[in-house]
Design a protein around this ligand. Structure first.
Ligand SMILES: [Zn+2]
Length: 208
């Protein structure tokens, strides 16, 4: 079961995009506004109760920062809870959860997750990207959780990379200011010496 906003968000930014919104937006337990903002952008995380959004985000965020066995184990429990059939919902008005997300297909000899909800989709997205979860190295980055597109990527965006490069360049320039001024002077002097002298006298004209 996906709501309209879920469908639209998946179409425009994909499962990874929604996952990034989730972990980058829900950072402060106190802020109910964060949940509203996420809901307005990407829709609901049915059947997760609103008061559990932050707890879920926290577990995802911790795995992002630290993939120690203990953190991964916590994620395992959380994902199992997401993918299982939720007995408390079966038999109520919740047809979606009458089946578990794990689907066995013996005709094709396969087993896999067939997502029922956006929550299932986020669970699959964090699992399939587990080795690529990374933190942006720019101090004060507003969206520090990102998924690496290549192995050595250190920043969430070219904006962040450019900002840090710009800062480094400026710091380097500040510490080398005197040398730079001297270098500029030297270059100007050389340029002056090389400049061709202006021709004197009348301009040359075609021979008669
Ligand atoms: Zn960044």
């Amino acid at each position: 079961m996906l709501d309209e906003k879920n469908v639209e968000a998946l179409k425009t930014k994909g499962a990874e995009g929604v996952l990034l919104d989730f972990v980058n937006l829900l950072t402060n337990y106190e802020e109910m506004e964060e949940i509203e903002k996420f809901g307005n952008m990407d829709g609901g995380l049915y059947p997760l109760p609103l008061d559990q959004y932050h707890g879920m985000a926290r577990i995802f965020q911790q795995v992002w920062k630290d993939r120690s066995p203990a953190q991964l184990e916590a994620l395992n429990r959380q994902l199992e809870m997401i993918f299982e059939r939720r007995p408390e919902l079966v038999g109520t008005v919740d047809p979606t959860h009458e089946r578990p997300a794990i689907v066995v297909d013996s005709a094709h000899g396969s087993i896999g997750v067939t997502p029922r909800t956006m929550l299932d989709i986020l669970g699959v997205a964090i699992l399939t990207n587990i080795k690529k979860l990374a933190m942006c190295e720019r101090e004060g980055c507003p969206t520090p959780y990102f998924i690496k597109k290549h192995a050595r990527q250190r920043f969430c965006s070219t904006d962040c990379a450019d900002t840090v490069r710009g800062r480094k360049k400026k710091a380097w320039q500040d510490t080398h200011r005197d040398e730079l001024i001297e270098k500029k002077r030297r270059e100007r002097r050389v340029a002056r010496q090389r400049r061709p002298q202006k021709a004197k006298g009348r301009p040359s004209s075609a021979r008669s």
